[in-house]
Write a protein that binds this ligand. Structure first.
Ligand SMILES: Cc1cc2nc3c(=O)[nH]c(=O)nc-3n(C[C@H](O)[C@H](O)[C@H](O)COP(=O)(O)OP(=O)(O)OC[C@H]3O[C@@H](n4cnc5c(N)ncnc54)[C@H](O)[C@@H]3O)c2cc1C
Length: 412
């Protein structure tokens, strides 16, 4: 592998890195070569430890359709048919919704979001990547350093071997070693919360309904999966989360049931219980000499609206458009002009989304009476304004504004 030359080297083969490799392989002109490097061995079958499910926006679905990944995912994808948002106290007998989205708003065209288990996304992406002759996968392989000049970027594996390209993409996640190596600082903080996730079955069908229950310690989300199953994303204050995770199954189920309520009948836990630290993090720069950041390496957002991966997919779509157009024109894809174009397109949008998630978490994760009255009033107004609701749904679908063409489902 030493000194092989590629057009693009992608360090990090998570969902964002794999999607970018596929997008470039499918759309760039013939002869375009991509190296996809991931620190972990190829993940498939039981080796996939991530028990989460992800809410994929309509825009992400469009991108995955162009990449021929969606047909593999579609049988396992559950459309979100309605959304209910409440902040009722846990002991309240009734939990009236503050804001609800139903057929009128969500069924304008297609569903605005789908729930898919991460293991299914991983299987589907890996299968399509493996079919692409333009992608060389290096797994396990760790890119730990790089240096660039006017013509190329040389990436260094931890083993000492090197690989060259016109552009290096850091898709190496929130603790990105390459971002650090480049000296790019972040605006970041850790939330005093953890995200507990698991999967449950229930005796009553969910009818595609997603529920977001804002509690003082953080949001508790019930997200519909295929069959009589729902994914739980339960944000809890850190110490309390650790106690809950350490409890035995009966105690865990009892805590869970208190929050879940009994509207879907009897519950059983059917997935592993995992917990995740929650952070806010936005890189001050998304580019440096011949290197760009994508996905969690560039931005990490609170998961309360299930947007982290969707924002990463916007990076994929924007970068693919820029790189492919530059390649077709015979331009240098790693030149400062192209990198600046990417940065202008993606930095403000990502920072804005991260700030909105942060604001919502602060607004709802508390029991402050005046704030509660104010937010309930605000959501009550939105709930009575169909046009405003449709606006929010279109925004969440991710296909508005200056969306890159792949997010509209257009190949080019
Ligand atoms: C509880 C929770 C729920 C969430 N739910 C949703 C949701 O519903 N919808 C949504 O859109 N988002 C959601 N997210 C966010 C989403 O999971 C992330 O934004 C997304 O997985 C990031 O993908 P990535 O490929 O950028 O990074 P990662 O998934 O972190 O992938 C990085 C990859 O880089 C590799 N790597 C690391 N270092 C190196 C190196 N030096 N060289 C080579 N490879 C390297 C790693 O092995 C890894 O495979 C959620 C997050 C949490 C915590």
């Amino acid at each position: 592998m030493t000194d092989r030359f590629y057009d693009v080297v992608i360090a990090g083969g998570g969902f964002v890195g794999q999607s970018l490799a596929l997008a470039l392989a499918k759309i760039a002109p013939r002869g375009f070569r991509i190296a996809l490097v991931d620190a972990e061995p190829s993940k498939s079958g039981d080796a996939i430890r991530d028990a989460r499910a992800s809410a994929l926006s309509a825009a992400t679905k469009n991108l995955l359709s162009v990449l021929d990944v969606w047909p593999k995912l579609a049988p396992d994808a559950q459309a979100i048919e309605s959304i209910e948002i409440t902040d009722s106290p846990l002991h309240a007998g009734l939990r009236p919704h503050l804001l609800g989205f139903g057929d009128d708003e969500l069924k304008e065209g297609e569903p605005s979001a789908f729930m898919v288990e991460n293991r299914d996304i991983q299987h589907a992406l890996a299968a399509v990547v493996a079919e692409q002759p333009a992608i060389d996968s290096f797994t396990p392989g760790s890119i730990t350093d790089f240096e660039s000049d006017a013509f190329r970027v040389v990436s260094h594996f931890a083993t000492g071997e090197t690989i060259e390209a016109a552009l290096l993409v850091a898709a190496d996640g929130k603790r990105s070693q390459l971002r650090e190596r480049a000296g790019i600082k972040c605006v970041s903080w850790s939330y005093p919360q953890r995200g507990i996730i698991t999967t449950v079955t229930h005796t009553i069908p969910h009818q595609g309904r997603a529920t977001q229950h804002f509690l003082p310690a953080g949001p508790f989300a019930i997200l519909p999966l295929k069959g009589n199953r729902s994914a739980i994303v339960w944000t809890e204050e850190k110490d309390r989360a650790e106690t809950i995770i350490a409890s035995n199954e009966a105690d865990f189920l009892s805590e869970l049931t208190t929050r879940f309520g009994n509207h879907l009948g009897e519950l059983a836990i059917v997935g592993p219980i995992q917990s995740f630290p929650l952070d806010f993090q936005v890189a001050r720069n998304f580019v440096t000499d011949r290197m760009v950041l994508v996905g969690d390496a560039a931005h990490v957002v609170h998961p309360l609206a299930g947007q982290g991966l969707n924002i990463g997919m916007r990076d994929v779509a924007a970068l693919t458009e820029i790189v492919v157009e530059a390649t077709r024109l015979g331009l240098d894809i790693g030149s400062p002009v192209q990198l600046e174009h990417y940065q202008r397109w993606r930095r403000f949008d990502s920072a804005f989304s991260a700030a909105v998630m942060d604001g919502l978490n602060r607004l709802f994760s508390n029991d402050n009476a005046p704030l509660r009255a104010l937010r309930d009033l605000g959501l009550g107004v939105v709930d009575r304004a169909p046009a405003l609701k449709r606006f929010f749904v279109r925004e969440a679908a991710g296909t508005t504004g200056n969306a890159p063409r792949l997010l509209l489902g257009e190949s080019f």
